[in-house]
Design a protein around this ligand. Structure first.
Ligand code: CMP
Length: 144
């Protein structure tokens, strides 16, 4: 199984409810390592570009409003099968449908305020990591 990287975002609801440590603990317990992390407050333009694939969806304006409502924590996670592992840890987009024990089921409030984002494929992960981080920002932790 290949070593992969994926982008994780702890969204404004996770930050305002002080759940950073609780979420990262899930990643670390599953063997994922944080190799880059940064707290940001997105402006409208950045949020619209990041979620451009959803631009035509009815929930897009609300999603952009929510994602710009407070700081977010963006992280690069690294590990074996990191994309799928992160998605398994997050659970389904709608917390009400997410499996018991997943991050969204535990703390997500609604399909919009669902606490975390994770890349959906290795290709998307490369794009999303590049959106927030340069090569210099991502640390080599193969020995640490
Ligand atoms: P995320 O995994 O970050 O990808 C797109 C986001 O849009 C999703 O999490 C939710 O926060 C939001 N979203 C997806 N579907 C809906 C929906 N039907 N109604 C409201 N928000 C949604």
């Amino acid at each position: 199984m290949a070593l992969e990287r994926t982008l994780s975002i702890i969204k404004p609801d996770g930050i305002s409810r002080n759940l950073i440590g609780s979420v990262i603990e899930r990643f670390e317990r599953a063997g994922l390592r944080v190799v880059a992390a940064r707290m940001r407050r997105l402006d409208r333009n950045e949020a619209e570009r990041f979620y451009a694939v959803h631009r035509a969806r009815p929930f897009f304006p609300s999603l952009v409003g929510y994602m710009t409502s407070g700081p977010i924590l963006v992280q690069v996670l690294e590990g074996e099968d990191a994309v799928r592992k992160n998605r398994d840890l997050m659970g389904a987009t709608d917390p009400a449908r997410a499996a018991p024990g997943t991050i969204r089921r535990e703390w997500g409030e609604s399909i919009e305020r669902n606490l975390v984002h994770g890349s959906d494929s290795p290709e998307t992960a490369r794009e999303e990591i590049g959106f927030f981080f340069g090569a210099i920002d991502v640390c080599d932790r193969t020995d640490s």
